[in-house]
Ligand binder design. Structure first.
Ligand code: PLP
Length: 418
């Protein structure tokens, strides 16, 4: 099995997928006269009715700008916005709510750290470590800072299965290493990285670590205190929540030392033309009117996922991935790219002799939604010497029958091009 945590999986009660699906109105759609089979969850997952209802209630009866007035609506919106922060805090087990910063998404959170931490603490000749598996969001912000500060980026290689070479990782550390950025789960291949061990190794050398959790939080039970990461970034829209909201978790002492990345309202205590004094964390990093409705929607999403149970979600998705992997392997003429021992929810593949874009287009005719392209992870594509892959990515509301539909649709593609 493509193991996540066998013991947890075995102890988890089976997920009632039929019941869960009833919460997602969009899954009843037909596309091209076929039932929608939505397998593009790594890009953005769908929203259940309780989250939609929560957003409607907020917009219908609670909306006003927050932190700025004493009237009923503003106080209600402020209380709900801050309550959602505490829900997220519990969901990822952050020590304190002030360690949970609202961002617009994973990309925004990583930029905040690259600019807020990197610009202040990196100097000429310093080094940072990233991995081949990174999404562009965990490469480009570091490159921008590295170019400005004269910092060298060193990259952890991967093997043919798409797993990090940990020996090489350990060998990349030098006296100049100032930071590590690593993805928890690869969006292009599904590889689950051993981030806890990587963090422990970095900490022995006094090096802080940022984890890109965009693809982990929707699929695994994430405990930031257990991981002991210094920063952890993720997005609401991959977590059954709205777009425009994300979370950056950071350890309070580090956040307190950092420069704010954006200036403006709410992040200040006082302003004169000579000097600005910044607000305390987390507000120091939340300039301007924040995404109030998306934050409250995210709070509802983590409530919903906690209700379903992250262990149950992980167990069902592991079953889906195992079944899909076996079914595709039996087909012939389809190569799975990314065969790591520990994987989550992603099946990247190439159909022999057919461009991924054509595969995606023909699958869409069968109602099957997958993603084709480089998945914003061009270094991974370069490593496997492919311009693009086809990527089916699963969520807990997907079924074995939908895996069958995917396999049947790939079979049709092979016939068309055969
Ligand atoms: C691993 C990973 N990191 C970062 C991102 C960027 O997320 P967002 O576009 O929500 O900022 C994604 C999105 O696909 C991702 O999969």
């Amino acid at each position: 099995m493509t193991a996540i945590d066998k013991a947890a999986l075995e102890s988890a009660q089976a997920l009632d997928v039929k019941r869960v699906r009833a919460d997602f109105p969009i899954l009843d759609l037909e596309v091209n006269g076929k039932p929608l089979v939505f397998l593009d969850n790594a890009a953005s997952s769908q929203m259940p009715q309780p989250v939609i209802d929560r957003i409607v209630r907020y917009q219908s009866a609670e909306h006003a700008n927050i932190h700025r007035a004493v009237h009923y609506l503003s106080e209600t919106a402020t209380a709900e916005y801050e309550a959602a922060r505490r829900k997220v805090q519990r969901f990822i087990n952050a020590r304190e709510e002030r360690e949970v910063i609202y961002t617009s998404g994973t990309t925004d959170g990583i930029n905040l750290v690259a600019h807020g931490y990197g610009r202040k603490f990196f100097g000429e000749g310093d080094e940072i470590i990233l991995t081949t598996l990174e999404h562009h969001s965990n490469i480009v912000p570091w490159q921008m800072v590295a170019q400005e500060k004269g910092v060298k980026i060193r990259v952890v290689p991967i093997n043919d299965r798409g797993e990090l070479d940990l020996e090489a990782y350990r060998g990349l550390f030098t006296a100049r290493t100032k930071f590590v950025g690593t993805t928890h789960v690869s969006n292009a291949l599904g590889t689950i990285n051993p981030v806890k061990d990587m963090i422990a190794f970095a900490h022995e050398r006094g090096v802080p670590v940022l984890v890109d959790g965009a693809q982990a939080v929707p699929h695994l039970h994430v405990d930031v205190q257990d991981l002991d990461c210094d920063f952890y970034a993720f997005s609401g829209h991959k977590l059954c929540g709205p777009t425009g909201i994300g979370i950056l978790y950071g350890k309070a002492p580090l956040l307190e030392k950092m420069q704010p990345f954006k200036g403006g309202g709410d992040m200040i205590l006082s302003v004169t033309f000579e000097k600005t004094t910044y607000n305390t964390i987390p507000h120091k990093f939340e300039a301007g009117t924040p995404p109030i409705m998306p934050a409250i929607g995210l709070g509802a999403a983590v409530d919903y996922l906690s209700g379903v149970g992250m262990d149950r979600i992980a167990a069902h998705e592991t079953d889906l991935l195992d079944y899909a992997t076996q079914s595709v392997n039996r087909m012939g003429g389809v190569r799975i790219i990314g065969t790591a021992e520990r994987k989550a929810a992603v099946l990247s593949f190439a159909v022999e002799g057919v461009h991924p874009h054509d595969v995606g287009t023909l699958l869409n005719e069968e109602g099957v939604a997958i993603r084709t392209g480089h998945h914003c992870a061009q270094p991974v594509m370069q490593r496997f010497k492919v311009p693009a892959t086809c990527r089916a990515s699963f969520a807990f509301y997907n079924t074995m029958e939908e895996v069958d539909a995917l396999v049947a649709a790939i079979g049709k593609v092979q016939k068309v091009f055969g």
